[in-house]
Design a protein around this ligand. Structure first.
Ligand SMILES: C[S@@+](CC[C@H](N)C(=O)[O-])C[C@H]1O[C@@H](n2cnc3c(N)ncnc32)[C@H](O)[C@@H]1O
Length: 196
């Protein structure tokens, strides 16, 4: 069985809005505190977008590196400008295809998948391709939107394309991950910590 999603791709012309506090309602440092990071880790940020998480993540990897991957050249160009303004040297940005990443298999210590699973054309194929990038036993952190409307919810993808946490868990298990932890992140988001 495949998990063909209803593709909803982020519109790059909306990029300036993505990091606004009223849109995010998220502290990236608090989010990163919950990841099993080591300073030497090589981590991919798949669907890196504006670099909202890429830059603080890179600052934590004092002897490691972030590989920022995105399918949108416009988003990557925006991210690269932000990275150079921030003076962060350990980010490498690269274009990828939907489930095809320019990374040798089995090379990464971790992957973050933040607000990108709901955009993948086939979520199972996407998660399997991500799993291939990891060293044995390495981690992946997946954060996405709860699939319910809330009165205080910031603008997000249409409810019909969101992936509820129980569905994300099912897809992750189907792709061969182990689910190590699952938690709510504020009222609107959830996070799964996975092991490859
Ligand atoms: C909603 S934005 C989230 C950006 C970032 N992860 C964040 O939390 O700020 C989704 C990003 O994922 C990218 N994207 C969508 N599908 C993707 C895929 N299959 N592989 C890599 N990037 C993808 C989009 O171009 C967009 O930049």
């Amino acid at each position: 069985m495949t998990d063909k999603a209803h593709p909803h791709k982020f519109d790059p012309s909306w990029k300036e809005n993505l990091d606004r506090p009223e849109h995010r309602q998220l502290d990236p440092e608090q989010v990163l505190d919950s990841l099993p990071l080591k300073p030497s880790d090589q981590v991919a940020d798949v669907g890196a977008g504006t670099g909202f998480f890429t830059i603080p993540l890179a600052r934590r990897l004092s002897s490691g590196k972030v590989l920022a991957l995105d399918i949108s050249p416009e988003m990557l160009a925006f991210l690269q400008q932000k990275v150079s303004r921030a003076g962060v040297a350990n980010v490498e940005a690269a274009l990828c295809a939907d489930a095809d990443f320019p990374v040798a298999p089995g090379n990464l210590d971790g992957v973050i998948l933040f607000f990108v699973l709901h955009e993948a054309a086939d979520r199972t194929v996407f998660l399997k391709a991500v799993k291939c990038l990891l060293k044995p036993g390495a981690w992946a952190a997946l954060m996405d939107w709860e699939a319910r409307a809330g009165s205080s919810s910031p603008p997000g993808p249409p409810l019909r394309v969101r992936v509820p946490p129980e569905e994300a868990r099912r897809l992750a298990l189907g792709a061969g991950f182990r689910v190590v932890a699952e938690r709510a992140v504020g009222p609107n988001y959830y996070m799964l910590i996975l092991e490859g």
